[in-house]
Design a protein around this ligand. Sequence first.
Ligand code: M6R
Length: 614
Amino acid sequence: MCGIVGYVGQEQAAPILLDGLKRLEYRGYDSAGVAIYSEKYQKLQVEKAKGRLQVLSDMIRGGEDLDGMVGIGHTRWATHGAPSDVNAHPQVSRSGKIAVVHNGIIENYAELKAFLIEQGVPFTSQTDTEVVAQLIEYFYETDQVDILEAVGRVLRRIEGAYALGILCADKPDQLIAVRKDSPLILGYGKGCSFLASDVTAIIKYTREVGYMDDDELAVLTKDGIQCYNHLMQPIEKEISHVDWEIDAAEKGGYEHFMFKEIMEQPEALRRCIFPRIREGEVYFEDFGLTEEEIRHLKKIYIVACGSSYHVGVVGKYNLERLTRIPVEVALASEFRYMSPIVDERTLVVVISQSGETLDTMAALREAKRLGGRILSIVNVVGSSIARESDQVLYTWAGPEIAVATTKAYSTQMAVVDLLALYFARILGTVEESEYHAVLDEMLLLPGKMEAILSNKDDIQYFASQYFNHDSVFFIGRNVDYALGLEGSLKLKEISYIHSEAYASGELKHGTISLIEDGTLVVALGTYGKLFDKAMANVVEVRSRGADVLALTTENRREDMEKNANAVITIPETHDMLLPSLGVVPLQLFAYYVALMRGCDIDKPRNLAKSVTVE
Ligand code: M6R
């Protein structure tokens, strides 16, 4: 939430900042701003605008209007203070000397603000961030300390989560970066340095990055970056090389990132699965858990948010089925408030695309505190969750930009399935034949996914039939229920249609009263063992007037057509893998429906890609 970028170098900063912000807009898009040190005017120039980045960009003619080779920029997802010009970042101190961009929440801002007001400091915004800018200036001016010391004094007083980029007009050759519980990376360029919320913002300029840790501070100049620990002792930062291509973070001719990412799934799956199957066996490089430790496990907890949580729901079915270890799936936002039972024989599987979701991170820390072993499944390399886990399995899906996750979901699921097989093999809880059947099918998943994608026009047609419904129910049993959770979230988050997922058996316990003439029910009936029951539910809702769009496997199409109004099919596969294929038509359906409703697909209202506030 909120994107930060900073540049200090030998080129005009503003266009570089705008370019970086464009790539960070998925983190927040209710307002944007930049602060540049202008050599001409010998002071900070701050430009901010409510609305999409384009509004700001047009206002400053793509940055051309601002001279200066050092600056910070921000794209906002509002927490404190409504989206407006004045609440947009950078926030500046009263003299205009200090500008701050911030991602996170300063929890004790009210008390600090009251203190500053008592000292006669006037405030112009409703943001928590302005407190940081004003407090830095307060210490800087009142205590007559240098800017670094002033920032240090502020850090000792603020509470909460923050990634901060700070620019001071008295030190126009440097930027200061600080991080606690919000992501911030450093970019090492030739004759320039960067700070950014994530790699996508700066990959065009440098591939050499450093990941800031909590309570670290960095001073960036065009000649390099010096990092300090919380005691302000200089530290060496490890520099990592980012090896993916810039194209991966661009639309490449597609109208939307979401569509591009849907289409990229077969390739992402190949990257994720193929290197992990060697000579017919699951293979994890540097897997930290020994066979003995795996045999010792008595429980698995899966903790995640949103779609990553939905992967966990499928994972529970598959892990329990293969390993016979009890699996509990928890919403990360609930985990630390529910006295979870975790000990050293519990494996806590943390799933996150971004690796920065604050609730997931907090759950990870709680699980660690309780003695659990943490294995994370993460997409973003070097992210906070990855770094704080005992073991990481990367999904290798490549950068995912659209707010609605697609390829990350598919690859997370593949990793969970591989993990289930790997454990089951060690525990001896899977038949040889089933083990190989699942593995063989996993290798076929990308091709089968391609077949589904090549029929996307059919899904587009169904979307055209149903896009004007205002309420949808997804129903299914077992893995189809888990799949319904994801299908329903996908639809509602980008099309704004009210949608809910139910375990079909629950319908009669209340929900069926909502079914009336014309209600759209998406009936998921891919799971062969429960197909007859799925069919019975279709009949039930149809006889109450529902319009049923069903999803099943190719060999059951005819049966399903007897009762459903419309049928979408996916190729046959192993039961465990049905959601991996089934999710694709549901993603496409959500995409086309949102398109037909004229929604802003990549940037749905009120949402941000990476949720770094609680
Ligand atoms: O980055 P994470 O996987 O931790 O994010 C979790 C959720 O915020 C995310 O899956 C969200 O639900 C997506 N918008 C769903 O498309």
